[in-house]
Design a protein around this ligand. Structure first.
Ligand code: GZL
Length: 307
């Protein structure tokens, strides 16, 4: 039957493998690499056939991949939207083709919640709040202005928008905490280093760096050291992700506080894919569990980290 399928299409005939089309953001960071590995391993473990595409952080490539999955009549489509907006058209096409869509990691800003079955990912606003709360505590007795520079994630992406909002919501409690410069480093080490170099040239009195992911923070550390400053001492550094390289830098005292963002979404995604194919209820929102690490806590946790 062509085009008359509905999302709760009966389970594929016995023995036929579930086919999942996954449109990944790219390979921009250590977090993304761990996320991709989790999805591939979990699909193999679940006996789900995975069609995987890497969009090199371009929305048009993700849209092309989703259209290709629709043409191939996969059972389920999942993806991590590189930016929040511009998805209605292609998701409407998936809906009309009767192919359920699951969002992982990043959200979309569409009001039409019928365009996806479930969103599995972190609460990025809370991640920003956690970064803000630690900084508020560190500088609660500050009598002088505390100058903060911010490396934002990819412009227009849910993590960049929400991590900024959560952080600002908390630090506004102390008027001494001031963001004196804020710019995107696109979640990459190279861009993080480049933007931090420009911050250091423009400002002689930076006290804190808040980077929306470890990779930009690690790039910034290279720039800070090249400028003859000591990361973690001359400039307090807070990052988000808690991937291995970030945790190592924290254990070395170069990053002072890391907010974890769990990339291991593969198992939860495969459970949701199977439930959708079997026509079972799936929660609209599944929030991933994650914590925070000071330098000491990072040193203790490092040996057990999976990514
Ligand atoms: C967050 C994820 C972000 C990571 C970055 O869930 O979308 O994208 O924080 C990654 O490292 O590039």
């Amino acid at each position: 039957s062509q085009g008359s399928e509905t999302p709760n299409e009966p389970t594929p005939p016995a023995g036929k493998k579930i086919v999942l089309g996954f449109a990944q953001v790219g390979a921009e960071s250590g977090w993304r690499t761990a996320n991709t590995e989790s999805i591939k391993e979990a699909a193999a473990a679940a006996g789900i056939e995975l069609k995987f595409s890497d969009a090199q952080q371009k929305q048009e490539n993700q849209i092309k991949a989703i259209r290709s999955f629709i043409q191939q009549k996969v059972d389920v489509i999942a993806f991590s939207p590189v930016v929040e907006s511009g998805w209605e058209t292609v998701l409407q096409e998936a809906k009309e083709a009767g192919i359920p869509v699951i969002l992982t990691d990043r959200a979309i800003d569409s009001e039409d919640e019928s365009l996806y079955v479930s969103f599995i990912g972190s609460d990025f606003v809370e991640e920003g709040r956690r970064a803000g709360r630690w900084l508020l505590e560190q500088f609660k007795d500050a009598t002088e202005p505390v100058n903060i520079v911010e490396l934002q994630g990819t412009t227009g992406s849910a993590p960049a928008i929400d991590r900024k909002a959560g952080f600002e919501e908390v630090i506004k409690e102390n008027p001494n905490l001031k963001i004196i410069a804020s710019q995107t480093g696109d979640f990459t080490r190279a861009k993080g280093k480049e933007v931090m170099q420009s911050f250091l040239q423009a400002h002689k009195d930076i006290d804190v760096l808040y980077a929306h992911n470890d990779d930009m923070g690690l790039g910034a550390i290279q720039a800070i050291e090249a400028a003859g400053l000591v990361p973690g001492k001359d400039i307090i550094i807070i990052t988000v992700d808690a991937v291995r390289d970030g945790m190592q830098a924290a254990a070395d005292g170069k990053i002072n506080f890391i907010v974890e963002c769990n990339p291991l979404l593969g198992p939860q995604l495969m459970d949701a894919v199977k439930a959708v194919v079997e026509g079972k209820e799936v929660p609209k929102r599944i929030v991933t569990e994650e914590g925070t690490f000071t330098s000491e806590e990072a040193k203790a946790a490092l040996p057990d980290r999976k990514y």
